[in-house]
Write a protein that binds this ligand. Structure first.
Ligand SMILES: *Cc1c(COP(=O)(O)O)cnc(C)c1O
Length: 340
């Protein structure tokens, strides 16, 4: 036996169904990049299909290949072109990239609307459309990423307007050239949840599907349920005395006589390395003692199996980071199972 991750399918369906009810079924797309935010790509893809999701977004061709049979549209954010099938779209970030693709490749055009990270400039849009036509590429979608969904202030709205303007421009061009109309999408979890009026044909939901609202100070009345729990198995127990010290450097000092156990997860499994002063506990309040090792963790507990976390917000807070980071660090090799 070893540490494992449990995926709460009921929680996942609950989250997806909240989104589908609020935003309509056809507008809910799911981002399953980076091993489905650490949850396990294939497990989440199968559950997503069961929940009626038809559009998903992955990191690269390798991820797309694993789940290619499950969805009508799979969009690959980054990396090289690979011949994968008619349901696969490649995101194009530059004019140079457009010129490298074979005929009839499905693409989604990424436009920079203010994050200044990825995508083409607004001024390159018409040139890109002409290249798409010249190279006989299939323009399946036009996307942007509103990078201000979590922030109060006007940028969120400025970016929305920039996308609206591009959308109108592209629609006009597509009409003029009698080509099929692409889909338009610019929002992720936080942007969609703060919006009263939904922009585009689709929303690329990530973090909320896995049970977390982003770091947003903006409130939402929707309560999502965390989907992932991490469990560890006991290696051995020790009865120790008050003042005994545990782990590297003797950093963990026992406040009273107690039995502690070591469990089989550590920073080698992708956990952040706690050193004992974070005040972190396992899921049911069992105290974590001393410095974490590469493959083990000592806890004030004697249970054979322990839930390390079923909500990563405390861990994110302890390391001054966000749930995304805690989740995506979890090693791919930890077995994932669906909770029966
Ligand atoms: C990761 C990602 C998303 C999903 O963002 P969440 O905040 O997890 O909802 C959407 N769009 C793009 C381009 C992304 O890379």
């Amino acid at each position: 036996m070893m540490a494992y991750i449990l995926i709460d399918k009921k929680a996942f369906f609950f989250n997806i169904s909240l989104l589908q009810t609020k935003f309509s079924k056809q507008k809910v797309g799911l981002v399953i990049k980076d091993n489905a935010y650490g949850h396990g790509l294939e497990i989440i893809a199968n559950l997503a299909k069961e929940a009626g999701i038809t559009s998903v977004f992955v990191k690269n061709a390798e991820e797309a290949q694993k789940i290619a049979h499950l969805f009508s549209q799979i969009t690959i954010f980054y990396g090289d072109y690979a011949p994968l099938g008619e349901n696969i779209n490649f995101v194009m970030h530059s004019l140079e990239q457009l010129a490298t693709l074979p005929k009839n490749t499905n693409i989604e055009l990424k436009i920079n609307i203010g994050m200044n990270r990825n995508g083409l400039c607004e001024s390159e849009v018409i040139e890109a459309l002409n290249l798409i036509k010249k190279h006989s590429l299939n323009l399946k979608g036009v996307m942007a990423h509103n990078g201000f969904g979590d922030d109060l202030g006007s940028e969120f709205y400025t970016q929305k307007q920039r996308f609206n303007k591009i959308q109108a421009e592209i629609q006009e061009w597509v009409h003029m050239h009698h080509l099929p109309m692409p889909r338009f999408h610019a929002l992720s979890s936080s942007g969609a949840l703060r919006s009263t009026e939904i922009q585009g044909d689709l929303i690329r939901f990530g973090i909320v599907a896995y049970g977390y609202l982003s770091t947003s100070p903006l409130l939402s009345d929707m309560d999502f349920k965390p989907v992932l729990s991490l469990y560890a198995r006991k290696i051995c127990s020790k009865a120790l005395k008050k003042g005994d010290r545990v782990g590297y450097g003797g950093q963990g000092v026992l406040e009273y006589n107690s039995t502690i156990s070591s469990y089989d997860v550590g920073y080698g499994d992708g956990l952040f390395r706690c050193i004992g002063n974070e005040g972190l506990c396992a899921a049911n309040g069992e105290k974590i003692i001393g410095r974490m090792s590469m493959d083990t963790l000592s806890i004030l507990s004697t249970q054979d199996e322990i839930c390390i976390f079923n909500d990563v917000r405390e861990w994110a807070k302890a390391f001054k980071t966000i749930p995304y980071v805690i989740l995506t660090h979890l090693n791919k090799d930890i077995p994932r199972r669906v909770k029966p």
